[in-house]
Design a protein around this ligand. Structure first.
Ligand SMILES: Cc1cc2nc3c(=O)[nH]c(=O)nc-3n(C[C@H](O)[C@H](O)[C@H](O)COP(=O)(O)O)c2cc1C
Ligand SMILES: Nc1ncnc2c1ncn2[C@@H]1O[C@H](COP(=O)(O)OP(=O)(O)O)[C@@H](O)[C@H]1O
Length: 319
């Protein structure tokens, strides 16, 4: 996969791709139908398969102080796109210049002159350009004028309605990771580097690999049964475990994070990359009367998580 971080003039040999267009936060099943439609078209034409996306997410640009909402960070999205076999990832900087382009200017300067796309695939509800003024009909019209084709894919629905990043966020806020997974087509994952914490875990008998959730949508705070993939280093592999996501009320006000205890594992994980898949919500985080009471509760959490994970079939996607 080749990543482009500017839309100013893709080189001649790299023009002519078919690209799916959108933010693709979470890369859920609806996003996948858009990407698969682009794949079919790219194969038919024998040209590269592209994805055009934005970094930061446009909502972060317009409302930088709004609560964190992203289902995945930029790095996790890049990794997912590589897994999906995307040839060209256009990760366009969403700044005031891009935000200020009219729909016509976006189609002409970015899609046509800049990236030289042959064909663009979007979802039916796609909006673009300054003030979100452009819709699918406008995109088709510009495509006709400029010489690129447009496919608009119907929005994917499940039993509860449209599959959307918003519905996935709601499921996670409620502590329903299985509902989120049904829309994602894979477990919701928190990905990142293992950071140093306060070294309490070892003392409690439950060392935890700590990860930041800064900038990410906050799932319901509490304890989860998890599948953890260690992505780098000598311990690379898959482990069952429990994770505590939240502010650790036992230990006073803390910056929220994600701490995972891996079953039947001993070793140093600092600096390695983890992907923590949320399988089932077990309980809210709480303040106990004593550390002994917390440890007893953690023991029960582990027993329940082991039971749940023992019968859990893997979902299709692994990192
Ligand atoms: C399964 C599990 C459940 C936990 N539940 C709570 C909890 O209910 N309340 C809380 O304050 N901390 C909870 N913790 C977090 C521990 O307090 C945390 O692991 C400990 O503070 C270690 O911190 P450190 O990694 O920074 O050393 C839990 C941890 C685990 C592994
Ligand atoms: N079973 C395990 N699960 C998670 N981390 C483990 C495990 N065994 C050893 N570790 C290591 O211990 C570290 C966590 O220890 P802990 O005492 O909680 O300290 P801190 O919170 O300061 O990192 C992890 O980052 C990892 O390197």
């Amino acid at each position: 996969m080749k990543t482009f971080t500017t839309w100013a003039g893709a080189p001649l040999g790299e023009r002519g791709a078919v690209a799916a267009l959108g933010n693709f936060d979470g890369v859920h099943l609806g996003h996948r139908t858009v990407i698969e439609a682009a794949r079919t078209e790219a194969a038919r034409l024998g040209v590269p398969l592209g994805v055009v996306t934005f970094e930061p997410h446009p909502r972060q640009h317009f409302a930088p102080d709004a609560p964190p909402f992203r289902l995945m960070n930029a790095e996790a999205r890049v990794n997912r796109m590589a897994k999906l076999g995307i040839d060209h990832l256009y990760e366009l900087p969403f700044d005031s210049r891009l935000a200020g382009l009219t729909p016509e200017a976006f189609a002409r300067e970015v899609l046509h002159e800049g990236l030289g796309l042959a064909h663009v695939v979007v979802g039916q509800d796609f909006r673009f350009g300054k003030g979100r003024a452009g819709d699918v009909a406008a995109l088709r019209q510009f495509g006709d004028e400029l010489g690129f084709r447009v496919t608009a894919v119907d929005l994917l629905e499940n039993a509860h309605g449209e599959v959307s990043s918003t519905a996935i966020r709601e499921a996670l806020t409620d502590g329903r990771p299985r509902d989120a997974a049904a829309m994602l087509g894979h477990w919701h994952r928190i990905e990142g580097e293992v950071l140093h914490g306060d070294s309490r875990g070892h003392a409690l008998g439950y060392p935890t690999a700590n990860m930041s959730i800064h900038g990410l949508h906050r799932p319901r705070f509490g304890v989860y049964a998890v599948r953890v993939d260690v992505l780098s280093g000598p311990h690379a592999g898959s482990h069952d475990g429990v994770a505590s996501i939240g502010v650790r009320p036992m230990f006073g006000e803390n910056v929220p994070n994600c701490e995972s205890y891996l079953f039947d594992f001993k070793g140093d994980l600092y600096g390695t990359h983890l992907s923590v898949a949320l399988v089932e919500f077990l309980r809210d985080e709480a303040k106990y009367d004593s550390l002994n009471a917390l440890v007893a509760q953690i023991e029960r959490d582990c027993a329940r998580a082991r039971e749940i994970l023992a019968t859990e079939p893997p979902l299709p996607w692994r990192p």
